[in-house]
Ligand binder design. Structure first.
Ligand SMILES: CSCCC(=O)C(=O)COP(=O)(O)O
Length: 305
């Protein structure tokens, strides 16, 4: 998704009038007073500082909180919507339907993230019920620091860091997540800066969420192929294979029984307006075990065959 292209200009557009009208109002004062004193004392200094920070894309939390506030009216009035790439909403719904936990970690404030996912250009627009947790620079820290990812994983003591998959268009963030023990891949979308050959060699790069889906399916097939063979092999190989399965399962944890969305019943699930969580496919109950043929069926169904 590329919401910056819409959100940043909108915030700058809304800034002068908001500052003029609301400078001393209690609801604005909280955002104003979070700025360093040299900028919170005068409207001009304040505005110049905001413009400077935005032009340099500085991810400081007092700016991010203010941007969230400036976006609120734009989203609520319908002036702006978060522009999602077309594969994003269907794939989030599919992953959510499989019982995967989807979390957001953005430099944008949690309040701004919730607005963004509520007012998207998808149909239905509100995707917030697909997201189970929200992290920003306040509750986790800077996205380029591995400690932030350790902190996020620390919120889930029953989940290994390696069971998290963090996706980002920012290589420094991907490196930080990997340093914290998470899996992480670069998402390279239209409009992003070109990636160096070094980055393409050492990191996994995806162009769409469909690429990730294909990647997960491949890993599952690979892992399950190994497991099928292991059942007829000596037990001495068992431990190694179990480890390999664990590694593959880290990509597809809790995802052994796929219930694809595109099973011809999409229309039945689609109410006309105001979806709630129950409008998205329910997370499957724990699987009864997966065989290679189960998986091939599932992959075929997912591919519409
Ligand atoms: C409308 S953009 C919201 C996110 C934001 O403010 C930003 O700076 C982007 O940060 P991210 O960590 O999501 O790349």
């Amino acid at each position: 998704m590329e919401p910056k292209a819409v959100g940043f200009p909108h915030a700058l557009k809304a800034l002068p009038e908001t500052v003029k009208e609301q400078w001393d109002k209690p609801e604005f004062k909280a955002y104003r007073d979070a700025f360093p004193v040299e900028f919170s004392g005068s409207q001009d200094a304040f505005q110049d500082h905001v413009v400077d920070l935005v032009s340099r894309d500085v991810k400081v939390s007092y700016l991010k909180n203010l941007q969230g506030y400036l976006w609120e009216e734009g989203y609520r009035s319908g002036q702006i919507k978060a522009p999602l790439f077309p594969d994003v909403a269907p794939m989030l719904a599919r992953w959510h339907g499989r019982g995967m936990k989807l979390m957001i970690y953005s430099s944008g404030s949690v309040a701004a993230q919730k607005l963004l996912f509520k007012y998207t250009n998808a149909e239905p627009s509100d995707l917030t019920m697909l997201i189970s947790d929200w992290f920003d620079t306040v509750n986790a820290g800077l996205k380029t620091e591995s400690a932030s990812y350790e902190k996020i994983a620390g919120n889930y003591p029953d989940v290994l860091p390696s069971q998290f998959l963090f996706l980002s268009d920012n290589v420094a963030e991907v490196d930080a997540a990997i340093a914290a023990g998470m899996q992480s891949k670069v998402i390279f979308r239209p409009g992003n800066a070109e990636l160096s050959s070094d980055v393409r060699e050492r990191l996994s790069v995806l162009e769409t969420f469909d690429d990730l889906e294909a990647n997960l399916n491949e890993k599952k097939l690979e892992a399950l192929g190994k497991r099928d063979r292991s059942e007829t092999e000596d037990n001495e190989q068992g431990e190694t294979l179990r480890r390999e399965e664990e590694v593959a399962a880290e990509d597809s944890h809790k995802d052994k029984k796929i219930k694809p969305l595109d099973d011809g019943k999409a229309e039945e699930r689609r109410p006309s307006t105001n979806r709630t969580e129950s409008d998205f496919p329910a997370a499957p109950s724990a699987g009864t075990g997966t065989t290679i043929s189960d998986l091939l069926n599932e992959v075929e169904q997912a591919n519409g065959n």
